[in-house]
Design a binder for this molecule. Sequence first.
Ligand code: ADP
Ligand code: MG
Length: 454
Amino acid sequence: MSTILIVDDDDAFRESLAETIADLGHSIVQATSGRAALAHLRGDEPVDCLFLDLRLPDMNGIEVLEQVRAMKGRQNLAVVVLTGFATSDNTIQAMRLGAFDHLTKPVGRDTIANLLHKIGASEQTVSTAAAPTDYVDDRIPRLLGNSEALRDVQKQIGRAATSDSTVLITGETGTGKEVAARVLHNVSKRRDRAFVAINCAAIPEDLLESELFGHVKGAFTGAISDRPGRFAQATGGTLFLDEIGDLPLSMQAKLLRAIQERVVIPVGSDKPLPIDVRIVAATHRDLAQEVVQHTFREDLFYRLNVIPVMLPPLRERPADIIPLASHFLAITAADGGPLKSLSAGAEARLLSHAWPGNVRELRNAMERVSVLTRGAQITDDDLAFLVNATPALLASDISAGLLDLPLPEAIERLERASIEQALTQTMGNRAEAARKLGISRQSLYTKLAAYKLG
Ligand SMILES: Nc1ncnc2c1ncn2[C@@H]1O[C@H](COP(=O)(O)OP(=O)(O)O)[C@@H](O)[C@H]1O
Ligand SMILES: [Mg+2]
């Protein structure tokens, strides 16, 4: 049996939660304000777990949590944050301050039972960073979304913020990997130092080493002076290694050595320089698969994959689509345009689109319609440019999958996908599909039969 302190000013919610918890065999203390809760915690009464509402009459739950963390003897108290309205910020903040979990109301009995069981089972140790000062600046990157999947990502980021461990962010192009890395940096204790990003896929192989580790004067033709690399630039801060899956094998070995030995050797030098960076790597590739195919070093993979964070494709978290769309419309409006709203038909269209380019595609689409739509409301027709490609035609497939196939098979797949797309776009009208494809109707029939599409 544990003692649970419930802090919530909503009487009905607090009492029903108290009843549930009492029913599970625990004893309850109730408080209706942040100050009352803190007063109780300053006393000697045992408290094993705190259920904390975020919107309290006298103070914000996050402030209460900060004060609890500063209280002697209560640093490791298990705290479950409850809120009627979860935001990206309050989720990440709560987890960063070592909250055990962050739940949105209403909360079911099973969830509570599960939680109390886990809390009983795990001794938590939390290290907390100092409180961040600024959370309302609009230029601050935000990882928005209320889907369960994105809430999980927000929680992982909040937890990862208290350590210096390497984070590997995976997900399709446009899912928010870079935003996630920036948000992580901004809530970590390194936030006052640099966030330095390097796109490993964009830099020619022979320049990568000098880009990452720097070089000394005379190291190669054109090296007219000493130049610090990205590792040195990120000292005290975060180094974001984007598209790490595209790093050539030779550089993988050098990067591994740098991470293991915590030093880099600038090109042309023999003096190792100590490094102090937190590494966050990202890739749209399946690194575990690349390891199997020997295109990515297994030892480096394990070094990077200390805290894995997976950003699911947008089509797998439809709950995020409309809120993100509205957010992007609001941003565009803030840039000087009028604020446009979405009609029910437009929302339906957004929800049925497959979003192969994920959040980036959604953002671009919202910018485009807000410029092109004349009226105050965006209609279904305004979004007609969103045409679903068949999965085989996704951009990521073309780059990642198709090019790796034997040529005849790649051609076959592309042909099949093009035909399927033409049929979708023409709503099954074969004559029109053939015209779109630039082949004769007869030839289309032959192919339909061959691919068993007819
Ligand atoms: N959850 C999110 N909330 C707000 N903006 C997002 C979110 N995810 C992605 N974006 C926006 O979508 C675009 C692509 O995100 P980015 O992080 O560059 O994706 P990736 O690195 O995975 O290709 C950026 O403009 C970014 O601001
Ligand atoms: Mg990116």
